[in-house]
Design a protein around this ligand. Structure first.
Ligand SMILES: [Zn+2]
Length: 195
């Protein structure tokens, strides 16, 4: 049973940050496509929705710029903290939209977080449209046994992950869907997702 209490778990935010740090380190080691060295060029962020103080590092979405003069290409590694340009953390978006629709606790949680019903509706639409029709999902759904109910995303996907607790299940889902957070996807995702 999904519960908002996971958002009060300080360890959750440490794990998400560590995960993103590892993804960024790997991207940096890999370097630019042109062979150039990558320099840090993070995007500033002010993420909302955590019910526990965030560790240092959440003020930025990790990103890099190629140091080679003729290139200067940006490389933004995948993230399990930020879903596109939303102001709320990815884990908040997943949790709120996976909780039973119209249930008492989801209403209370949204009130506590200052998330409007309109925003929740927009997030649900995002799962069912931009996410469900993405090249990522078209490929990824084939890796999962049986059909996943699109109208019940992301709860129907979350239920597929085996994990000792809710925190790990959420992390596994965010890890699975992280290709949708890469720069290749972001250009059109930004249009349909808004914040
Ligand atoms: Zn380059």
């Amino acid at each position: 049973m999904l519960s908002p209490s996971v958002l009060s778990d300080a360890r959750l935010y440490e794990l998400l940050l560590k995960f993103d740090g590892d993804l960024a380190a790997r991207a940096r080691r890999h370097g630019c496509r042109c062979g150039g060295v990558l320099h840090r060029a993070d995007y500033a962020r002010k993420p909302q929705g955590a019910l526990s103080p965030l560790p240092a590092g959440y003020e930025s979405r990790f990103s890099f710029c190629c140091a080679h003069d003729g290139c200067r290409q940006r490389t933004t590694p995948a993230s399990i903290r930020y879903l596109g340009r939303k102001v709320y953390l990815g884990v908040v978006v997943v949790l709120v939209t996976a909780m039973r629709r119209g249930g008492g606790s989801v209403g209370e949680l949204c009130a506590q977080l200052g998330v409007s019903r309109r925003t929740v509706a927009r997030w649900r639409r995002w799962w069912q449209t931009a996410f469900a029709t993405s090249a990522f999902w078209q490929a990824a759904r084939g890796l999962l046994a049986g059909a996943i109910a699109i109208e019940a995303l992301p709860g129907s996907l979350l239920a597929r992950f085996d994990a000792p607790d809710e925190r790990d299940r959420l992390i596994r889902l965010l890890d699975f869907i992280k290709p949708v957070t890469t720069s290749a996807w972001a250009h059109w995702e930004g249009i349909s997702m808004g914040r």
